[in-house]
Design a protein around this ligand. Structure first.
Ligand code: PMP
Length: 361
C-alpha cells in the first residue's frame, strides 16, 4: 500500500501503533479468547481497563486529586446541554465567550436551559482579542460559569491563554485540542472533549470535573447526563461504549510511551510551524488567522478561488493526501494535524502544495 496521510478533522487518524495493537488483540483480548467488545463492562477485566485509563489520563494531564475523570456518550454536543443542566441554576446566568462556530453552538444549546450572556472575543481577521481582554474576573462572579472553546476546529483558531475568570467556574470544550499540549487543569471547573480527534474513535466523551461541581444538577436532569450519577456509577450507569473506551486507553498509553504531553507539544509545534512558515512565504495560498491564534491542530488555507480549491482537494486526494476539504461553512482547505499525524505527513503536504502552486500559478 502506498503511503496515505489522513488530514480529517474528526473522526481523525489514529496512531498506527494503536491500530496495530487493537488488530493484534482483537480476537483474543487479555487471553480471554474473545474481543474486548464482547465482555461485560462490569467484569473484572474491563473494570481494570477503565481504572487504568483514568490513571493514564491523570498522569498525562497531571489531574489534581479533587477532580473526577468521567466518560459519557452523546458527543461534545451532548455536553453543550449537560453543562447547563449540571451547573446552571434555574435562576442563574452563564457567560459564553464566542470565538467561532462551536462556542456559538454551545451557547445556543445552553439557552434552552436559562439565561445566557454571550460576548464575542473573535477580533478582526479571525484573531482573538488580546490577553488583557480575556480578563473576565470582574464580571465572572455574577455567573454560574463561564464557557469557552480553546480550539475552534472549523476556522483553525486557537486560544492559547486561559481566560481569567477569577474564582468563577471556567468550562472548556477541548474537543479539538485536548492532549495536544500540557494544560493547568486546576484553572478549570469542567473540561469536556469528544474523543474522535485526539483520543480515539467517536462515541465517547471525556469529562474532567472538579469535585465541588458534582451534585448540583437540576432535579429534572436525565440520569445519563447527571455528573453525580456518572461518578457514582463509575461512568457505567448505562452501558458504556466499551470498544471506544479501550481504544482511548491504548492512545493514552501510546502518548505516555512517546514522552507525554511535553513531547506532543514539541512535535505539534514543529509540524504547525513548518506548515504556517510555508503558507506565509507563499503568494499562492492564504491563511487569514491572526498569528497569535493560529491553531496547532487545524490549519486552514485557501487558493485564490473556489474552483482552484476544489482542484487542489481532488489532486491532493489522488496523491494520498486525504480529507483536506475545509468545513462546508467556510470552504477552502483544512489540514488537521492532531497528535497522530507524523511530521512526514506535513512534509508530504507541503511538497504537494509546492508542486500544485507551480503548476497553477
Ligand atoms: N466542539 C468542537 C470544538 C468540535 O470540533 C466538535 C466536532 N467537530 C464538536 C464540539 C461537536 O462534537 P460531537 O460531534 O462529538 O458532538
Amino acid at each position: 500500500m502506498s503511503k496515505v496521510f489522513n488530514f480529517s478533522a474528526g473522526p481523525a487518524m489514529m496512531p498506527q501503533a494503536v491500530l496495530a495493537q487493537a488488530q493484534q488483540e482483537l480476537l483474543n483480548w487479555e487471553g480471554l479468547q474473545t474481543s474486548v467488545m464482547e465482555v461485560s463492562h462490569r467484569g473484572k477485566h474491563f473494570m481494570a481497563l477503565a481504572e487504568r485509563s483514568i490513571q493514564q489520563l491523570r498522569e498525562l494531564l497531571a489531574i489534581p486529586d479533587n477532580y473526577q475523570v468521567l466518560f459519557a456518550q452523546g458527543g461534545a454536543r451532548g455536553q453543550f446541554a449537560a453543562v447547563p443542566m449540571n451547573l446552571l441554576d434555574e435562576n442563574g446566568k452563564a457567560l459564553y465567550l464566542n470565538s467561532g462556530y462551536w462556542s456559538a453552538a454551545a451557547a445556543k444549546e445552553a439557552r434552552l436551559f436559562g439565561e445566557i450572556d454571550e460576548v464575542t472575543i473573535g477580533a478582526e481577521k479571525n484573531g482573538i482579542v488580546g490577553v488583557e481582554q480575556l480578563d473576565f474576573s470582574e464580571v465572572a462572579t455574577q455567573y454560574d460559569y463561564v464557557h469557552y472553546c480553546p480550539n475552534e476546529t472549523i476556522s483553525g483558531v486557537e486560544i492559547f491563554e486561559v481566560p481569567n475568570v477569577g474564582d468563577a467556574v471556567l468550562v472548556a470544550d477541548m474537543s479539538s485540542n485536548i492532549l495536544s499540549r500540557p494544560i493547568n487543569v486546576s484553572k478549570f471547573g469542567v473540561i469536556y472533549a469528544g474523543a474522535q480527534k485526539n483520543m480515539g474513535p467517536s462515541g465517547i466523551v471525556i469529562l474532567i470535573v472538579r469535585d465541588d461541581l458534582i451534585g448540583k444538577a437540576r432535579a429534572n436532569t436525565p440520569s445519563i447526563w447527571n455528573y453525580q450519577v456518572l461518578r457514582d456509577n463509575d461512568s457505567m450507569f448505562n452501558t458504556p461504549p466499551t470498544f471506544a473506551w479501550y481504544l482511548c486507553s491504548l492512545v493514552f498509553q501510546w502518548l505516555l510511551d512517546n514522552g507525554g504531553l511535553n513531547a506532543m507539544e514539541s512535535r505539534n509545534r514543529a509540524k504547525a510551524e513548518k506548515l504556517y512558515a510555508y503558507l506565509d512565504q507563499s503568494d499562492f495560498y492564504r491563511n487569514t488567522v491572526a498569528v497569535a491564534n493560529r491553531s496547532l491542530m487545524n490549519v486552514t488555507f485557501t487558493c485564490s478561488d473556489d474552483e482552484l480549491n476544489a482542484k487542489f482537494v481532488a489532486e491532493a486526494t489522488k496523491c494520498g493526501l486525504q480529507a483536506l476539504k475545509g468545513h462546508r461553512i467556510v470552504g477552502g482547505m483544512r489540514a488537521s494535524i492532531y497528535n497522530a499525524m507524523p511530521l512526514e505527513g506535513v512534509e508530504a503536504l507541503i511538497a504537494f502544495m509546492q508542486r500544485f502552486a507551480q503548476a497553477n500559478q
